[in-house]
Design a protein around this ligand. Structure first.
Ligand code: FPP
Length: 228
């Protein structure tokens, strides 16, 4: 498998079950991110995409949003050395312009510092699949209006080149933790032929055995891409 994408869900429920604030669930979720990066390295997975913050997540209470942004920056500060050690490139996917300046700057700095590495950790932040598709449509329309491309030239391939990270292959497997059977606006275009795997395990509890089970389930699937 080349590209694994994960909807990291259940941090809030994990915290609630322990009588802790939701921010503690996100902190524990950050620990899981650290572990899973290691599992991917061992499994030889080249791209790991994580749904860390959706465009809809801005509706959460300000205290939780602030805690998430701070956690993200402190996580980056703690993990930058590890990214270099394992030669992992950090990339952000989403409306980076929505993030507070301190977070944006920290993320962009690490993106630049790691941009020569081949393996990639892609963090979806202020991300929405529909927002991404609408932005691609807008860019294409602008280019048509300027005469840079002909209307007739628009096909799936050209459209995909206007998405956020056009050089990244589509995910092979999308894992969602904590049991919900939905995509929640994640990688709507790219998910067309991805295999889906949902586990009831809450993200902070997701461990090596859960990771192995997801990969084993994927290996058993027969991918036909609409053929027979
Ligand atoms: C979903 O759980 C999780 C999030 C909205 C945030 C994900 C963030 C992290 C795992 C922490 C840091 C990330 C990185 C990359 C360091 P939820 O809050 O929706 O849980 P619930 O459905 O149980 O309420």
């Amino acid at each position: 498998m080349e590209h694994l994408a994960i909807i990291m869900d259940g941090n809030g429920r994990w915290a609630k079950a322990r009588g802790l604030p939701r921010s503690e669930g996100h902190r524990a979720g950050g620990e899981t991110v650290r572990r899973v990066l290691g599992f991917c390295q061992t499994a030889g997975i080249k791209y790991l995409t994580l749904y860390a913050f959706s465009v809809e997540n801005w509706k959460r209470p300000k205290a939780e949003v602030d805690a998430l942004m701070t956690l993200l920056v402190s996580y980056l500060a703690g993990e930058e050395e590890m990214l270099h050690k394992h030669q992992v490139r950090l990339r952000i996917m989403g409306r980076l312009e929505d993030l507070p300046e301190f977070a944006r700057e920290a993320l962009q700095r690490v993106e630049r510092a790691t941009e020569t590495y081949e393996r990639q950790l892609i963090l979806c932040l202020s991300y929405g699949g529909r927002t991404e598709i609408a932005a691609a449509a807008k860019r294409l329309a602008e280019r048509v209006a300027k005469g840079e491309i002909a209307l007739e030239a628009i096909d799936e391939q050209l459209f995909a080149q206007h998405l956020y990270l056009p050089d990244v292959p589509d995910p092979d497997l999308i894992v969602r933790t904590s049991g919900e059977m939905r995509l929640s606006n994640f990688l709507l275009w790219q998910a067309s032929y991805a295999e889906l795997y949902v586990t009831p395990v809450l993200w902070p509890d997701f461990d090596q055995a859960d990771f192995d089970a997801a990969l084993a389930a994927f290996e058993k699937r027969e991918r036909r891409y609409g053929g027979c």
